[in-house]
Write a protein that binds this ligand. Structure first.
Ligand SMILES: *Cc1c(COP(=O)(O)O)cnc(C)c1O
Length: 465
């Protein structure tokens, strides 16, 4: 498989090189040049496969030429063996034809484990073969950092540096990062806010001189294609477990950077019958405003009780636009230039937006409605939703097109991670799952640094030597 940039002006790369690259040289995101397509008969023949075998069917075409088939299967088996539920992605029924797909049985209790457990293994495999080592650098306000650390702790060829804002991450989330043992894991608490940490990471990717040319930086946020790829699998898994592909499905996805829901769009392009995809946002609703009124206008970030969806811009939306604009890199480059000028609103071509609306609906759920949804679902079913999943369930109910089609909300996190919202809804915090029961007693390892680029870069350079 070859990969091309959404802005049409960067070299075509193999999967292996895309895995080791962040943004394309022209500022775009890498996408597969051709989408593998499967017939209904073929998808139907996967109906009884366990998650790990299904994952191989879905993922292999994307890595073909870079990763051997049996090595891929071994890495998939290992990645999902650490999950705490043997179905990997079990379904929970809420109502007639209404489900939650539980994606929080991985080591850090959020869906990001699905991609990052596999990504760490793919990286190490490729680097071993090339006899290279890399540095992962990322900033986090929560879920991404811990999932990336858990996914790379066993890697021999990767050092990982995760920056978080000192004192501004919940105890559970911080400890999920700082208590992981491994000489290649480095937590940095920045005396500043998340944006300062993020800016230092971006500046470091732009100019990697500080690493003295020995190693390069690899990105593990959802601009990395491998993350999207791994997330396509569970759309197939959920559908096949509910009678697909002979019946169509609808999915509602708690959305931040548009990575998870873009994986659903890819599943549909690969031939899985998906009738509706719901973009569920919190009050950071830039995509809902675009979908409903065709105005793209960036507003200041709001901090909510669903922090993993707090974004001002959704970077993966560019991947959808590339498809809607018929893979025209030149048109994309100029559209993205307009969209990145934050001081003016941008309109999309009406026909292209209409094409998106054929499958996408959107809805923005504010904090009080999120809390009410947690309460009402618990009252009706005894099932406790995390606040992100509650946003998805509410948006699904508000936008549902067809009651006869199963509506599946992606359950993106375990409620224990988001104590504040659970308390606001009037419930005691649920106990930590077994494998994290002693989290609050484990030893922490973290270096506190001032929010100064030079100091942080010097620390990284000294540490990897
Ligand atoms: C990351 C995250 C999201 C948002 O996913 P995107 O791929 O960025 O749209 C939603 N919920 C939870 C719990 C997350 O950790």
């Amino acid at each position: 498989m070859k990969y091309v940039s959404t802005r049409g002006n960067a070299p075509e790369l193999s999967f292996e090189d895309v895995l080791l690259t962040g943004l394309a040289a022209d500022g775009g995101l890498y996408v597969p040049k051709h989408v593998p397509h499967f017939s209904l008969e073929e998808i139907e023949s996967w109906r009884d496969l366990p998650y790990t075998e299904l994952a191989h069917k879905v993922i292999y075409p994307y890595v073909e030429g870079s990763i051997e088939a049996d090595a891929l299967q071994r890495m998939i088996d290992e990645a999902y063996s650490v999950f705490g539920h043997s179905a990997i992605a079990p379904l929970q029924q809420l109502d007639h034809n209404e489900y939650v797909l539980e994606l929080f049985h991985g080591p850090t209790l959020a869906f990001k484990d699905f991609a990052l457990q596999l990504l760490g293994r793919l990286l190490d495999h490729v680097l071993e073969r090339r006899n290279e080592k890399v540095v992962i650098m990322g900033a986090t306000s929560g879920d991404t950092g811990s999932a990336a650390i858990e996914g790379t702790k066993a890697c021999n060829n990767v050092d990982i540096f995760i920056l978080h804002p000192h004192g501004k991450v919940s105890d559970v989330q911080r400890r999920q990062m700082t208590t992981v043992q491994g000489d290649n894991i480095h937590n940095i608490a920045i005396e500043g806010n998340f944006d300062q940490a993020q800016d230092m990471v971006k500046a470091s990717f732009r100019d990697q001189q500080f690493l003295q040319g020995e190693r390069k930086l690899v990105a593990v946020n959802s601009i990395n294609w491998a993350r999207i790829m791994a997330q396509i699998v569970y759309y197939f898994y959920a559908s096949l477990n509910l009678g697909g592909p002979l019946r169509s499905m609808a999915f509602s996805v708690p959305t931040g950077n548009f990575g998870d829901i873009f994986a659903g769009y890819m599943a549909r392009k690969m031939g899985l019958p998906i009738e509706q995809l719901v973009i569920a946002t919190n009050s950071n609703d830039v995509l809902h405003r675009l979908m409903s009124s065709n105005l793209y206008e960036v507003k200041p970030l709001q901090h909510t009780i669903t922090p993993s969806m707090d974004i001002a811009v959704s970077s993966n939306f560019e991947r959808l636009l590339f498809d809607l604009y018929d893979h025209n890199g030149e048109a994309m480059a100029s559209l993205m230039e307009q969209m990145n000028q934050r001081d003016q609103a941008v309109e999309l071509d009406g026909d292209r937006l209409a094409k998106a609306r054929e499958v996408f609906d959107s809805y923005a759920v504010d904090e009080s409605l999120t809390v009410k949804t947690i309460q009402s679902v618990f009252a009706d079913t005894g099932y406790l939703l995390d606040p992100h999943t509650a946003v998805g369930v509410e948006a699904a109910r508000q936008t549902r097109r067809n009651q006869r089609i199963p509506m599946i909300t992606l359950g993106t996190a375990h409620p224990v991670k988001f104590e504040q919202a659970i308390q606001q809804a009037g419930f005691p915090t649920p106990p930590l799952p077994h494998h994290l029961a002693d989290l609050m007693e484990r030893e922490e390892r973290v270096t506190v640094l001032p929010a100064e680029l030079d100091t942080v870069q010097q620390f990284i350079a000294d540490t990897v030597l």
